[in-house]
Design a protein around this ligand. Structure first.
Ligand code: UD1
Ligand code: CA
Length: 446
């Protein structure tokens, strides 16, 4: 069964009105990425042939976000939210000709584990529903099980008192053959308490067609769906707790774990040390043995082995730190490659630049990369020495083994091995400070 190709349908058309937000619910962030990114990432672990996100509310925004998260994902539009079954129906045209296994996930349910999905996808019943024993079953759909598997799913609104006593609940995740789905989906009717097309009715339809339907269960924590901002905050807490524990289990030292914030895709190598109050945005990798000192913010960047960053440094997208690079306090790096052994110790902005190996960047250096319209590049060679408070007006190139004088504004290329000084010559007036001060005091006294 498992060798069947998989297609993923992620339901994300609902408004999420209880979020009290203009933003579609699935675009609220958890672990620094939109909620829907979590379902997509978990689903990707099944190596699906096709990924379809069903969008409705804020579909344009969802489309844009999905394109970034998963460029190969397709969007199916559900103009009116007539139920989960109706949502899946909107994806069917995109699945024409697909003969494998379809897995339905919810975009607002971020914690479904990869192992759970693998168990679900590997199960050989015709329809497999992911269920869980709910501590408080509340308004979840209930799984009605008999001796020969799952009979049907009854929605809370439609359930009898006896059915409401069932603790085995529907997570919403379901796996079934595309051909069966195609055959049954047109048979859904909105004749129920909600007046919606329930995806859950597929279970009874499959049973009526003589198919085998079964339940795979998982921990309730995995099925947690986000409906309110309070739930989102609680989910963030849970996500961070897990991310911190996972990092430490993988050999990362977190000096004060509760103050380190991870993104969904943060990758940190063994024996890296992360100080207190470090925040990871999306797209960060930190290699083995690197050290991130307190109060740093990193996003879209790569820190190589042996590098040290911070305290109080900001690495923005495209920052590439080579081995043993040192980036110190109040330094911002954007779209810049620092080759091995570069030192940028203090109070510096490097943007759209490349710095060759073992170069030293003095305090207060700025790549003046933006002219108000376009961005321009700064190239700095290997073993160069950039004097403190150098303004590098891009586009500009400083050669290998070159130097710039402190306080220079460099507007022209500096050849290999040259020293460039671009500042006003100093004038010194003996005794003038004393005379000037006396004159100023006299004036104030009057
Ligand atoms: C659904 C299940 C219920 C299950 C629960 C788990 C049905 C009929 N019920 O109920 O058995 O216990 O999830 O959380 O399936 N969506 C769309 N288009 C729609 C309707 C929903 O895309 O027309 C999306 C929503 O954005 C959401 C997901 O589907 O991500 C679930 O919808 P929701 O309305 O929350 O379903 P529940 O009533 O909670
Ligand atoms: Ca729900």
């Amino acid at each position: 069964m498992r060798d069947k190709p998989v297609a993923l349908i992620v339901l994300a058309a609902g408004q999420g009105s209880r979020m009290q937000s203009d933003l579609p619910k699935v675009l609220h962030r958890l672990g620094a990425v939109p909620l829907v990114g979590h379902a997509l990432a978990a689903g990707r672990s099944l190596d699906p042939e096709q990924v379809i996100v069903v969008a409705g509310h804020g579909a344009d925004l969802v489309r844009k976000a999905v394109a970034k998260l998963d460029p190969d994902a397709q969007i199916a539009l559900q103009e009116q939210q007539l139920g989960t079954g109706h949502a899946v129906q909107q994806a069917m045209p995109l699945l024409e000709g697909f003969g494998g296994r379809v897995i339905v996930l919810y975009g607002d349910t971020p914690f479904i584990g990869e192992d759970t999905l693998a168990r679900l996808a590997g199960h050989d019943a015709d329809v497999v529903v992911l269920g869980f024993e709910a501590a408080d079953p509340g308004r979840y759909g209930r799984l009605v099980v008999s001796g020969n598997g799952l009979e049907r799913i009854v929605e809370y609104k439609d359930a009898t008192e006896a059915e409401r006593d069932i603790a085995l609940c529907n997570s919403g995740v379901m796996a079934l053959d595309a051909d069966l789905l195609r055959a049954l989906i047109g048979q859904l009717r909105a004749e129920n308490a909600a007046g919606e097309y329930y995806l859950t009715d597929l279970v009874a339809l499959a049973r009526a067609a003589g198919r085998r339907v079964d339940v795979v269960t998982c921990d309730e924590a995995e099925t947690l769906g986000i409906n309110t901002r309070v739930e989102l905050a609680a989910a963030e807490t849970a996500f961070q707790a897990r991310a911190r524990a996972a990092a430490m289990d993988n050999g990362v030292t977190l000096t004060d774990p509760g103050t380190v914030w991870f993104a969904q895709d943060t990758v940190i190598g063994r024996d890296a040390v992360i100080g207190p109050n470090v925040v990871f945005g999306p797209g960060v990798t930190v290699e083995s043995g690197a050290e991130i000192l307190p109060f740093c913010h990193l996003e879209g960047c790569h820190v190589s082995a042996g590098a040290t960053v911070g305290p109080f440094a900001r690495l923005r997208p495209g920052a590439e730190l080579g081995a043993d690079v040192h980036v110190g306090n109040f330094v911002e790096i954007k779209n810049t490659v620092l080759d091995e052994g570069v030192k940028v110790g203090h109070l510096t902005y490097l943007g759209d630049a490349h710095v060759g190996e073992a170069t030293n960047i003095g305090a207060g250096t700025v790549t003046c990369n933006y002219d108000g319209v376009g961005k321009h590049r700064t190239e700095i060679g290997a073993r160069a020495f950039i004097g403190s408070d150098t303004m590098l007006v891009a586009p500009v190139r400083v050669g290998n083994d070159a130097m710039t004088g402190s306080g220079s504004t460099i507007t022209e290329d500096v050849p290999d091995g040259a020293l460039a000084i671009g500042r006003a010559r100093q004038v010194t007036k003996p005794g003038l400070a004393l005379r000037l001060m006396a004159a100023l005091k006299l004036k104030k006294g009057k």
